[in-house]
Design a protein around this ligand. Structure first.
Ligand code: AMP
Ligand code: MN
Ligand code: MN
Ligand code: MN
Length: 281
């Protein structure tokens, strides 16, 4: 292709291996149907879906890139770092992801207790019914149960009312450090990508410190076009990519049909001013 920025790459989405609602092979079909030419499944803290995703993509004639989305705590907030082109058999990565996942069950029980305290009983057992991977219970599974129980109209409302930081069902959690996440990804031969930076609630100083540290640790790219960004944020993060010498990535962050997010492959292309993370793949 003459203009690599126009490639329909979707390098961020989820399956039942983490908090998506479709199996990896079904997400592959949906990506292909959405016109995606280069695809990555990036489940939270877990690479268990990679073999199925690659096999399904290759059967469809779609190029596949291995991926993961690592949960990090930085300056008391959660940041997500996507790793692309990782070797899913890398032991340092596997061990690191295992440690990162390990607190989720405890946290889920604490969330359930917190919700019980405001009159919502049985949330842990309820959320478990939505979990595809017992190792990975997430706030999204609680959110789906709360919607189906009639507490809220949609998942966004659940987060706003109950599960976002500061809301009554929120339980703080310490994830991996930024240094650990970037190290595991690089140890696995991958490139670390700052996921959806427009979603974080940092001051300008903290924001710049986050990117300084990410760059210093060997971070390689930033999501510019994502389902979490507005068009203004596409422009803002294209400029951040230029300022920090980072490549640019693009991904829907698709979790399932009808969850109010963008479809696989449906986002606008990367702006012409950035260099895509796939430029030399
Ligand atoms: P966890 O890793 O358990 O803290 O869950 C984080 C996940 O919750 C994210 O990956 C999203 O899928 C989902 N999430 C977080 N905030 C929101 C929101 N405001 N609306 C919908 N989903 C959200
Ligand atoms: Mn998610
Ligand atoms: Mn994320
Ligand atoms: Mn995601």
């Amino acid at each position: 292709m003459l203009n690599p920025n126009a490639l329909n790459a979707d390098l961020h989405c989820h399956s039942t291996v983490s908090d998506g609602t479709l199996a990896p092979a079904v997400v592959a079909e949906r990506a292909h149907a959405g016109g995606v030419a280069l695809w990555s499944l990036t489940d939270h803290d877990e690479v268990g879906g990679q073999a199925e995703a690659r096999a399904a993509a290759e059967a469809l004639g779609m190029r596949y890139v291995t991926g993961v989305e690592v949960s990090v705590t930085w300056a008391s907030q959660t940041v997500h770092i996507v790793g692309l082109q990782i070797d899913p058999a890398c032991q340092a990565l596997i061990d690191g992801l295992h440690d990162t996942r390990s607190g989720r069950a405890r946290r889920a029980r604490d969330m359930s207790e917190a919700l019980a305290g405001i009159g919502i009983a049985g949330a842990y057992e309820g959320a478990l019914r939505y979990v595809g991977n017992p190792d990975l219970i997430s706030r999204t599974h609680f959110a789906r149960w709360l919607v189906d129980q009639g507490y809220c109209a949609d998942i966004g409302e659940v987060f706003d009312k109950y599960l976002a930081e500061g809301r009554p069902g929120y339980v703080g959690h310490r994830w991996a450090t930024l240094a650990e996440a970037v190290h595991w990804i690089r140890a696995a031969g991958g490139i670390a990508v700052m996921a959806h930076p427009g979603r974080y609630h940092y001051t300008d100083l903290e924001h710049d410190a986050l990117f300084d540290e990410f760059k210093q640790l060997g971070g390689g790219a930033v999501e510019v076009v994502t389902g979490s960004h507005t068009p203004d944020q596409y422009r803002r993060y294209a400029e951040v990519a230029r300022r920090y010498g980072l490549l640019a990535s693009r991904g829907s962050d698709f979790h399932g049909p009808g969850e109010g997010r963008v479809e696989l492959g449906a986002l606008p292309p990367l702006p012409p001013t950035v260099k895509p993370v796939w430029h030399d793949w």
